[in-house]
Design a protein around this ligand. Structure first.
Ligand SMILES: Cc1cc2nc3c(=O)[nH]c(=O)nc-3n(C[C@H](O)[C@H](O)[C@H](O)COP(=O)(O)O)c2cc1C
Length: 190
């Protein structure tokens, strides 16, 4: 069987980091804070948008963590982690857990989960995982967690794309989606 259309030209040069970031930023994600405990029992956490559901049976999720970060050490040496999916009004936490502040947990309401891992109160999902695998992901590590406990709460997810947080309540998405579908139906070729 021959393939239809022109061949995709080979990418013979690596794209520069800026082009890579711009292209990847076109893909919108939610925002999580990944939490764990360090070897000496201290809470640790960082903001992560590279989170994904991976498998239903067994239940697995993955996060991609920069190898140069302290969090990489904490996660790969630990026994598990929590995924706290942030709500629209938790943008401050997304910034705090990516910043240089001394104590990211100062004044924050948390509940201890498995292995004593802190779970952030008010997160719209709290996903508790045991460490399942650490895979090679270039300058990041792909940290796979086996889901052990779940909690979900009502609320709208904080969204991130093009290097910024998006504030678009679901009511507006529905309107935008309805318009888009209307346009699409009008322009459909049948
Ligand atoms: C919106 C947002 C998303 C981020 N996503 C990731 C990610 O997916 N993986 C990652 O390693 N760092 C990500 N970061 C950066 C980390 O949060 C940041 O490097 C943090 O300081 C790491 O914690 P540590 O220095 O304590 O290890 C993100 C930052 C922001 C603001």
């Amino acid at each position: 069987m021959t393939s239809a259309g022109p061949a995709v030209p080979a990418l013979d040069e690596a794209p520069d980091a800026g082009a890579m970031r711009r292209a990847m930023g076109q893909f919108a994600t939610g925002v999580t804070v990944i939490t764990t405990v360090t070897g000496d029992g201290q809470p640790a956490g960082c903001t992560v948008s590279a989170f994904s559901s991976l498998s239903l049976d067994p239940p697995l999720v993955l996060v991609c963590i920069d190898r140069r970060r302290a969090m990489h050490q904490h996660l790969t040496a630990g026994s598990g982690f929590g995924v706290n999916v942030l709500r629209t009004d938790q943008r401050e936490l997304a910034v705090r857990f990516a910043g240089r502040g001394d104590d990211r947990f100062a004044g924050l309401r948390t509940t201890p989960g498995r292995h004593g891992i802190p779970l952030i109160d008010g997160a719209i999902a709290q996903i508790q995982c045991d460490l399942h695998a650490v895979l090679d992901g270039g300058d990041h590590a792909i940290v796979v967690g086996r889901v052990r406990q779940l909690a979900t709460r009502e609320g709208d997810p904080l969204l991130y794309a093009q290097g910024a947080f998006l504030d678009l309540p679901p009511a507006q998405w529905e309107g935008a989606l309805a318009d888009a579908q209307h346009e699409w139906l009008l322009n459909a070729p049948w």
